[in-house]
Design a protein around this ligand. Structure first.
Ligand code: 48H
Length: 256
């Protein structure tokens, strides 16, 4: 066993996969529940999917359940998604279904990769490529470089479609709107801001508003609430799972 071989093999494997993803069908920004579900279902259909996560650990807001207590609630309608990703659940007397958030996070990460999605961590999307009034890709940088504010120029990935699955931050849509004179597909033409907690309409709103917000750019998961001015819902995750699934169905149609 040679140390040099270990290093060479890691670098070769990483850069082969990254080079292969410089042009892709769909870039999903953010590996929380909605992005991972969307990525898994798209990849399963043979669509080339690249998921970019700025943190070391994908999984977004799943890990902490509610207030750090490790169970997440899921409603009945989202059970098929749990089953597609082989995640176990238990019915509670409240009628909700309870999922171990650690199993949910790790199951969605493992499932998305096993279904064929390419998931890269420690990559932050800091900007977009715009061509003829359409989003045509993303501008990426090393998360550590950005944390330290090093003046390092970014690289780019070209994609047929980009998805903002960045959660509360709605980072991609916010950047698009801040840096460009564009009108989004929202009632005000701008991101409208998330509202206070009201679980039931929030869950419905997230699914309803999973859509194209600007040509080539879609939103799913919690970022739809922030972009379309909907309520937050707390630690119930069915809406996130179903939003990711809906997004995959829309893009499967577009790409076929
Ligand atoms: C790369 C980025 C960037 C960037 C952010 O927050 P998430 O878990 O997102 P969702 O929408 O799939 O799920 C939301 C859910 O976790 C939640 O917060 C709920 C249900 N809240 C309800 C409530 O009331 O509070 O994951 C988003 C991911 C994270 O891992 C970020 O690190 C990542 O996106 N991310 N990755 N480039 N610019 N911005």
């Amino acid at each position: 066993m040679k140390e040099l071989d270990i290093s060479r093999s890691i670098l070769k494997s990483h850069f082969n996969e990254l080079l292969n993803n410089l042009t892709t069908d769909v870039v999903i920004v953010g590996a929380g529940p909605s992005g991972l579900v969307a990525g898994g279902y798209l990849a399963e259909k043979g669509i080339k999917v690249t998921i970019l996560e700025k943190r070391l650990s994908p999984g977004g807001g799943i890990w902490g359940g509610g207030m750090g207590f490790k169970y997440a609630a899921v409603q009945k309608e989202a059970i098929p998604v749990l089953e597609d990703f082989n995640i176990s659940y238990r019915e509670d007397e409240s009628g909700l279904f309870m999922v171990d958030s650690i199993e949910l996070a790790s199951g969605l990460i493992f499932g998305a990769i096993q279904k064929g999605a390419h998931l890269f961590n420690l990559i932050t999307v800091e900007d977009l490529i715009l061509r003829e009034n359409r989003v045509a890709g993303v501008v990426i940088n090393n998360t550590f470089a950005l944390m330290e504010h090093f003046p390092i120029d970014p690289l780019t990935i070209e994609a047929k479609y980009v998805v903002d699955a960045t959660g509360h931050e709605h980072d991609v849509v916010a950047t698009l709107s801040r840096k460009n004179d564009v009108k989004l597909n929202t009632p005000t033409g701008k991101p409208m801001g998330e509202r206070s907690l009201f679980a039931e309409p929030a869950e419905k709103g997230v699914i309803e508003n999973t859509k194209e917000v600007y040509p080539g750019l879609f939103v799913c998961g919690m970022s739809t609430a922030a972009v379309f001015g909907y309520y937050r819902m707390g630690p119930i995750f069915g809406g996130m799972l179903l939003s990711g699934k809906k997004l995959s169905e829309i893009l499967i149609k577009r790409l076929s």
